[in-house]
Design a protein around this ligand. Structure first.
Ligand code: NCD
Ligand code: ZN
Length: 341
């Protein structure tokens, strides 16, 4: 394969925040021009907890779509302590949503209505297991006595491992893994557990948050971890292994909400995520594995067909703008070595 041009099946983004209203209109084109499908996170305010809300949100996304390549939003349900198993199953069976998202209460942006104790949704998870509906997890404990950098690793022990014993056939995606511990946990588990990996966690470690001063635009949740964790993520993503796939977790917040007293968590990577992944795979001498990660593994896990269109990336420098849709994109002001042809 040429080292300067790579053609892959058109990719999908298995974890993205598209927001709503003006922000939706501003950010959606960056996802829809690149990705054929995207798993759309339900953490709006109010969150997408019911079938009718998912159907209406999907309509708003379709109405905001610019002309261009086909794009299919795949909707998700936001689980709360009060979620009704019948509602979750009804939305899955009628195609309103394809998965349900577990936010531990107060773990991240717009998660105040999330689940306070996973045992409160036992009946929902049992029903999801029966019908084969995937559970998507924000894998961090919220116990304030647990160090913020340990919250993912502690979640594996306290929440995920016991859940997998209770419901071994529940299909689970551990979203945006950030640690070596999570990579190993996923690798050691059976085929019902998979994970998404963001572009930014392949590039930055936690030092980047404090490089020369406080860097609010590199703050996201789960927060970036140590260099050894980043290296483990790079190995997992570029391995070609079926359990790891692309999920940008592109999470735009207006600049003013990042640069303030209590800045929001979220990195906006939609404008250049695919190019960033290409750079990582290139650096790891694994461009031949990019298609599996970006365009095949996720579709297989979700039991959907792979895309038939293709996307070509070329090695060519491009500048990342300082601001896009009133949001600072990931690597703003820097140069990228790849671009979409
Ligand atoms: C996300 C957001 O802003 O909605 N933020 C983030 O840092 N990733 C929420 C999330 O996925 O945790
Ligand atoms: Zn997210």
């Amino acid at each position: 394969m040429s080292r300067d041009v790579i053609t892959i099946r058109r990719p999908d983004d298995w974890h993205v925040h598209l927001r709503d209203g003006d922000m939706l209109a501003g950010v959606l084109p960056y996802t829809s021009r690149v990705f054929a499908r995207a798993i759309v996170m339900p953490n709006l305010s109010p969150p997408v907890t019911h079938v009718a809300a998912a159907v209406a949100y999907r309509e708003r996304i379709l109405a905001a779509l610019p002309a261009g390549p086909n794009f299919t939003p795949l909707m998700t349900a936001y689980l709360t302590d009060a979620t009704d198993p019948g509602e979750i199953a009804r939305g899955y069976e009628n195609g309103a949503w394809v998965a349900a998202k577990l936010y531990p209460a107060n773990a991240t942006t717009n998660s105040a209505h999330g689940v306070t104790d996973i045992r409160k949704i036992d009946a929902v998870l049992a029903r999801m297991t029966e019908i084969g509906m995937p559970l998507l997890m924000h894998g961090e404990v919220t116990d304030p006595t647990v160090d913020v950098f340990d919250r993912e690793a502690v979640f594996l022990e306290r929440v995920l491992a016991p859940l997998m014993v209770r419901l071994p056939s529940l299909r689970i995606v551990l979203e945006h893994v950030t640690t070596r511990a999570a990579v190993k946990f996923v690798e050691d588990a059976g085929p019902n557990l998979a994970a998404t990996i963001t572009a930014h966690h392949l590039i930055i470690n936690r030092n980047a948050l404090f490089q020369g001063g406080l860097r609010p635009h590199l703050y996201c949740l789960p927060v970036a971890k140590r260099e050894e964790d980043r290296q483990a993520l790079r190995r997992a993503a570029t391995s070609g292994g079926a359990k790891f796939f692309l999920g940008t977790d592109s999470a735009p917040h207006p600049v003013k909400d990042k640069e303030c007293d209590c800045g929001c968590a979220g990195i906006f990577s939609a404008p250049n995520a695919l190019e960033v992944y290409a750079r990582v795979f290139d650096e790891e001498n694994a461009l031949d594995k990019l298609e599996a990660f970006a365009s095949v593994n996720g579709a297989h896990f979700y039991r959907m067909p792979v895309n038939r269109e293709t996307t070509t990336l070329v090695r060519r420098e491009q500048d990342v703008p300082r601001e896009v849709a009133m949001v600072r994109p990931f690597l703003a002001g820097e140069k990228l070595g790849w671009r979409i042809a």
